[in-house]
Design a protein around this ligand. Sequence first.
Ligand SMILES: [Zn+2]
Length: 354
Amino acid sequence: MIDSDRIPHALLLEGPAGIGKFALARAAVQYLHCTDRHNGDSCGECPSCIQHQSFNHIDTIYSFPILKSSGHEISDDYLAEWRDFLSRNPYMDFSVWQKMLGKPDGKPIIYVNESQEIIRKLSFTSHAASCKVVIMWLPEKMNVQCSNKLLKLIEEPLEGVKLLFVSNNPVEILPTIYSRLQRIELKRLSDIEVAGYLMDTESIDPTDAMAVAHLANGNLVEATKSLAANSESKQFLEMFQQLMRLAYQRKVGMLKKWSVDVAALGREQASRFCAYCHRQIRENFIANLKIAQLNYMNRYELSFSRNFAPFINERNVEQLATLFAQAREDLIANGNAKIIFFDVAVKVIMLLKR
Ligand SMILES: [Zn+2]
């Protein structure tokens, strides 16, 4: 549609949650605005693409459900949280968004102020030569007043303006709006697609990936969540705890045994273990900042973190993170695993020293 310049002025991407509809919408709008498209893709390098990649494109308006509080009345009042959410949650986990708004059981809504703000913004002329796009996440969360106000914009399209809606629950959209949208229905992902995603992003083995995918119903958000409780990560957490406890107590002999045990995992699993440790260092550092909504630990990790997090601080966080990243690289480059992990253990002793 973009290539042939036949984009409807109001388009809805509808389908189940966790399949990448919003990521597709973002990619499409980046493509639409790209000044150097080739091979059916955006270039990723032009000024417009750069702006899109930082969720900061001048002619793109993001609109999404929020919780109203004083000083927070429209989407723009939550832009910092929104950008953080997008950069870390490309598959749009709604429960994470609720947490980021400060109330895990709050019910975010798109209020009437939002339609007014959209109309106000669209009344300015376009800065670039490109068209203006409103991307609305979850139009089903618009209240009736908001829907009615926006209806006019859908019925009487403005020159050079496109409205793109992304919905998990289209039956909840006001029928007068829904009936006026051109719709594209996206299907759930297959188990094989979900498993492939898990193998790429979480680097787990194919059998575990298929087992998790099977239960996730094509939903990448659910798949990633249930993975957190998966057995490998439990084993990794135990080994990570052992390392930190033994290093704190300076039990070099035991650490030697620990490094032999970790090396016995085999190169692939051991390098996943390094990635796991790297993530735990980050999470524990963040735990110190007391910003719960930025923490992504499962309950077992959280429980260890309560006592451990204070040991990760500005003085050692970078060195610890680098240590595990380097160990992973050395493993992949065929280094001797026992030596690599013993070396890691000795350095952790030094880095945990107060
Ligand atoms: Zn570009």
